[in-house]
Design a protein around this ligand. Structure first.
Ligand SMILES: [Zn+2]
Length: 168
């Protein structure tokens, strides 16, 4: 997602100007001295496994509509990264999960998110609860490692490579 930009100060509505602050040209408000610091957004996702298969969601929203990805989403103010990913699994797939470990933290590209990727083993009693939330995904399915469909974002492949290396 591209960074938000502003024409007017979000605090006092004065027209913003560009000014070099801490070696970078930034949007600055001559009215109230507000400085706009663009920052990446934090996304948490979870690689959910059940009987050696991976749970994936088919995206029903752009970007990458129709491709598959993991449960996850943006972290809300006031929740921990772990709480966010547990909440997303409930919202997107109707399942309760327990995280077993962090796989890694990814990001750094211009305009990109920073992604915290976790792993969870889906307990058998949750399988019957699985239900798709159609606003964001059109389908939920388990895939064997050797039969994975096309994933939505390059970082997903990196996360799977890293998880494989940890798992071995
Ligand atoms: Zn201002």
């Amino acid at each position: 997602m591209p960074h938000l930009t502003f024409t007017y100060c979000p605090l006092c509505a004065t027209a913003l100007i560009e000014k070099e602050i801490h070696t970078i040209r930034r949007l600055f408000c001559p009215g109230c001295q507000y400085i706009h610091y663009p920052q990446p957004k934090l996304v948490a996702l979870v690689v959910i496994e059940h009987e050696e298969k991976l749970l994936l969601l088919k995206r029903n929203i752009e970007p990458a509509r129709g491709l598959w990805n993991f449960c996850g989403g943006y972290i809300e103010l006031g929740e921990t990264v772990q709480e966010a990913v547990i909440r997303e699994a409930k919202e997107e797939a109707n399942i309760d999960i327990q995280l077993d470990r962090l796989i890694g933290i990814y990001g750094g590209e211009e305009g990109s998110n920073v992604v915290a990727a976790f792993h969870a083993q889906l307990l058998s009693d949750q399988v019957s609860h699985l239900a798709v939330q159609p606003e964001e995904a059109s389908e939920l399915a388990f895939f064997a490692w050797e039969e994975l469909p096309t994933l939505a974002f390059p970082v997903h492949y990196q996360i799977l490579r890293d998880w494989k290396a940890i798992k071995l």
